[in-house]
Design a protein around this ligand. Structure first.
Ligand code: C2E
Ligand code: MG
Ligand code: MG
Ligand code: MG
Length: 296
């Protein structure tokens, strides 16, 4: 945009910027409306034991369904909600909905004599830095009747960059109460190793960007192997994100990863399908196109 003469004169000059601002403003008020009307939905993606295909838990992933039947994905509204602070009420709804659902599932599983599942909930920087966050989590668990041991909070490294240290203090409080912490998208952020050293982390999720190269790319595979080695020596659980092929599953298992999540097993799905999948017990891998070569 060309600068004009007056102090604010550039403002009206860039139609693209104006359109973008207008879109953001519309989406922001759309978010407010959706919060008031309760029109968000949680999808659930299974997190599966690599060795036997048993379901260890689910990750809750938020969706914003639209009147026309399309769905707005989290990457297209979470950053905005984060910037405006709307993530606080949205995050509260997500936490309460996910813990209530997990409590319902585990009640049914207990009655059926099968092991409970864990629910993983993503939390963003804003939530993590809110001094009221641990209390909010505690209240959600109590109201839902869910044992803290079955909640995993997923935080990215970038969400933990916080000079005041409130995020860290919050995570410590949560782990003291038995809530698990997963380091999400591991390997894509900064100073990963110092986070591993300083944080009360119980699981590490290796980012899809690394998993993609397993086992075809030797350097990538070597990195993943190293990450798993470090995690295991710190007694962390290792979850591989974005597992899409049987070759990946087998290689990751051989390298010592515990759990996997990805399209090989299942895409994120609405609650009813997730309940059905769970009743089936374990996740069946899709039949192979050709036989012989791959015995995974
Ligand atoms: P994430 O926490 O790393 O979640 C994993 C993302 O990878 C999900 O995308 C999931 O659908 C996708 N994924 C899983 N397996 C595969 C695979 O095999 N192949 C491919 N290509 N993708 C796979 P989604 O649902 O679009 O979420 C994107 C990101 O948005 C999440 O990344 C998370 O950072 C954020 N997000 C989602 N739900 C929430 C939420 O409830 N609260 C907050 N604060 N953030 C959320
Ligand atoms: Mg996550
Ligand atoms: Mg992730
Ligand atoms: Mg990711």
């Amino acid at each position: 945009a060309a600068k004009g003469s007056g102090p604010n004169s550039w403002r009206g000059y860039d139609p693209r910027l104006r359109a973008e601002l207008a879109r953001a403003a519309a989406r922001r008020s759309g978010l407010d409306r959706a919060l008031a009307e309760g029109s968000f939905e949680l999808y659930y993606q299974p997190i599966v034991w690599l060795d036997d295909g048993d379901i260890g838990g689910f990750e809750a992933l938020v969706r914003w369904p639209q009147p026309d039947g399309t769905i707005i994905m989290p990457d297209d509204f979470i950053p905005l909600a984060e910037a405006t602070g709307q993530i606080l009420p949205l995050g509260r709804w997500i936490l309460r909905t996910a813990t209530e659902q997990a409590a319902r599932w585990n009640e049914a599983r207990l009655a059926a004599g099968v092991a409970p599942v864990k629910i993983s909930v993503n939390v963003s920087a804003h939530q993590l830095r809110d001094p009221g966050f641990p209390d909010e989590v505690g209240k959600a668990l109590t109201d839902a009747g869910l044992d803290p041991a079955f909640l995993m909070v997923e935080a990215t490294e970038s969400a933990l960059i916080d000079r005041a240290g409130q995020a860290l203090a919050n995570l410590r409080t949560l782990t003291q109460h038995g809530v698990g912490v997963s380091l999400d998208d591991f390997g894509t952020g900064y100073s990963s190793l110092s986070y591993l050293r300083d944080l009360p982390v119980s699981a590490l999720k290796i980012d899809k960007a690394f998993v993609d190269g397993v086992p075809a790319e030797p350097r990538q595979t070597a990195l993943v192997k190293g990450i798993i080695g470090i995690a295991k020596s710190l007694t962390l659980m290792v979850v591989a994100e974005g597992v899409e092929t049987r070759e990946q599953r087998r290689a990751l298992q051989n390298m010592g990863a515990d759990l996997g999540q990805g399209y090989l097993y299942a895409r994120p799905m609405p609650v009813r399908e997730a309940s059905e999948l769970m009743r089936a017990g374990r996740v069946k891998l899709p039949r192979e196109a050709k036989t012989g070569a791959d015995s995974a």
